[in-house]
Design a protein around this ligand. Structure first.
Ligand code: NAD
Length: 328
């Protein structure tokens, strides 16, 4: 039986990845500061602890009898939506915690000679100067330099990409790196300050009174694409099981403005809700995945329509919201 370690298994993408690896017949260990918020983990073994601590990380990456993990998925990061990563208030923590986790995991992966390491980078590492025009953002993999991410979160991702690539060059680490673009879906954070735009907008529409108005950060002309969780997991596994190192985008090419996105959510809610644009942290003006390299190297790219993923996500948040109201 193949073995996999998922770091960040208590988080949104990590908890979905554990489910998929179990369905694929793996023995899986999850590791995180917390267990998943919205479902019971399906991991065979779950290590609760801080991966910034080298000894913890070493224990987590060890198997009995000196066996080594076939695959390690490194998704643990100090992470959140625009309200967490673009305000500046959490910059030092984000840089310190995520870099420390990656320094630990990368070094231990080399020492233990693990089979394969997957690292989840982010489209936030792309230079801000290529993302000023909302209608024409440039996010091809080769446009990463000269580097100029618009957040410390993006700088840390770039540093860690480079660290894993250096481990590959200097120590033969077998690594694959994805640059995720806005992943969304059920069982993602939807309230509390770390949620991202899809979940935040669904929640606002769900909680709006009939005939009411929701607030949208920024002008709403900023553009993004959003990838449904199942396709993110599919891309992650295809990349990890390939011989391609990347970094490569894993995202959707269906770009929408945030106002269009809100209109989509309002439409599927069937409610009479309006929106108004207010000042708030927004990040770059435009961003879209460029899947040419992904298609060329893996012969695959996501194909699900945004609306279909939104329907599932909206329904799930609606259920969560009803539950919250019932019990509080
Ligand atoms: P998430 O916040 O839900 O999951 C990250 C997990 O890491 C959390 O459960 C958190 O508790 C854990 N973690 C943080 N610090 C830790 C520590 N010191 N020790 C152990 N665990 C720790 O985020 P996600 O959306 O599931 O993202 C997973 C990965 O993908 C992250 O690296 C993120 O930067 C990257 N990514 C996500 C998106 C997205 O849209 N969700 C986009 C680009 C990149």
């Amino acid at each position: 039986m193949k073995t996999a370690l998922v770091c960040g298994a208590g988080g949104f993408i990590g908890s979905h990845l554990v489910k998929r690896l179990k369905a694929d017949g793996y023995w899986v260990r999850g590791a995180d500061l917390k267990i998943p918020d919205f479902s019971t983990t399906e991991a065979d073994d779950f290590a609760l602890g801080d991966l910034c601590n080298f000894r913890n990380a070493e224990r987590v990456m060890s198997l009995p009898n000196g066996e080594v993990f076939d695959e390690v998925y490194q998704l643990a990061a100090d992470m959140g939506g625009a309200g967490y990563i673009f305000t500046g208030e959490n910059d030092a923590a984000i840089m310190h915690n995520s870099a420390q986790i990656n320094l630990n995991i990368g070094s231990i992966a080399v020492n233990k000679k693990i089979g394969k390491l997957f690292y989840s980078s982010s489209a936030c590492m792309y230079p801000a100067y290529n993302q000023e025009d909302p209608d024409n953002p440039k996010c091809s993999e080769d446009s990463a330099y000269p580097a100029a991410p618009d957040s410390e979160y993006g700088w840390e991702k770039l540093f860690s990409e480079r660290f894993y690539l250096a481990l590959q060059r200097n120590h033969g680490l077998d690594v694959s790196i994805a640059r995720y673009h806005n992943i969304f879906g059920p069982e993602g954070t939807w309230d509390g300050g770390r949620e991202k735009a899809p979940a935040a907008l669904c929640r606002k529409v769900i909680r709006a009174e009939e005939g009411g108005t929701i607030e949208i950060w920024g002008t709403g002309n900023q553009t993004r694409s959003f990838l449904y969780i199942d396709e993110c997991i599919e891309g992650t596994l295809r990349l990890t099981r390939s011989n391609f190192t990347g970094p490569v985008n894993i995202g959707s090419e269906e770009m929408v403005s945030i106002n269009q996105f809100a209109e989509m959510i309002i439409k599927l809610s069937g409610k009479n809700v309006k929106y108004k644009n207010i000042d708030g942290p927004v990040g770059v003006n435009g961003r879209n995945s460029d899947n040419r390299l992904l298609q060329k190297e893996l012969g695959w790219q996501p194909s699900m329509k945004l609306y279909n993923g939104l329907e599932k996500t909206y329904k799930w948040i609606q259920e969560q919201n009803e539950r919250t109201h019932r019990y509080t």
